[in-house]
Design a protein. Sequence first.
Length: 319
Amino acid sequence: MAGITTTTYRDWEIVHLASDVLDVDVVPGKGGDVTSLRWRPLDVDVLWKTRWGLRPRGECSTAGSSQAQLMQAYPGGWQTVFPNGGDATSEHGVEWGMHGEAWLAAYDWSPDGDSAVVLSTDLVRSPFSVTKRVSIDGPTVSVAETVTNTGAVPIDVMWSQHPALGAPLVGPQTRVEVAAATVHTTDLAAGAWPTLPDTGEDLRQLPRPRSGVSRLAFLADFTDGHAAVVNDSLGLRADLTWDAARMPYAWYWLEAGGVSGFPWYSEAYVLAVEPATSWPAAGVTGVRRTTGTHVTIEAGETRTSTVSLTLSGTGGHNE
């Protein structure tokens, strides 16, 4: 049944959105994360979960890098990456942590009708107000974001969405479709989709879990803001759509046992295609030095971006 309800898990308020075919969970106090996206016809949650999940609110954190702190607070699911992407960096006299402050910020929220919530926050380490509207419409969930530079100086940023998908949607029988022509590697080499230039791997096909494979690539030259993750054996596909003029790149991240140390210990099995303004995963300072794909938001300027994910049956399974 459509509507908005709330529950509590580990002292976090969980906001539930529902349509006739989708159930969506949002955690306003932790980045406005979308932590569950369940396709009712098959009773399948397509979002990946870390093995430690959503930690209890207020849990003590041991000292460590921004990556360690971010990972401890990472339940999996779908996050906002802003105003920094990838490596921690130093900007305007302060450290911007891995993947940026919006990922960890607490948001106030209010309902917007019976099918959407509006979340808002003000960042501390950069002069931005951030508003997220998470809405559900039949088989589609959309995250629309607005960022405003409330400061008096221009600020260079990176901005992306990080929807991480997991089993059973993600598996060796899954294929990846994108409307991109070019694949870049972390060392800035370029090749044609779907081949990863440094290894020759076909990015359309996924390895088995714990196969010792990790991939990070940066997709470019999109004819349209579209990517799909399709599992005909399961009978389910996920179509990701966005405005490629605003986010002209997408990060392709796969972990299938390739990282034997922290944080995955060869256990994680996850795929994400992440619409993005910028690449590579070098933080704003590194991107400014290499590809120059950072975005400058002027004092007082407001920018918006929307990413949508639509689930549908493929006919390969009883829906």
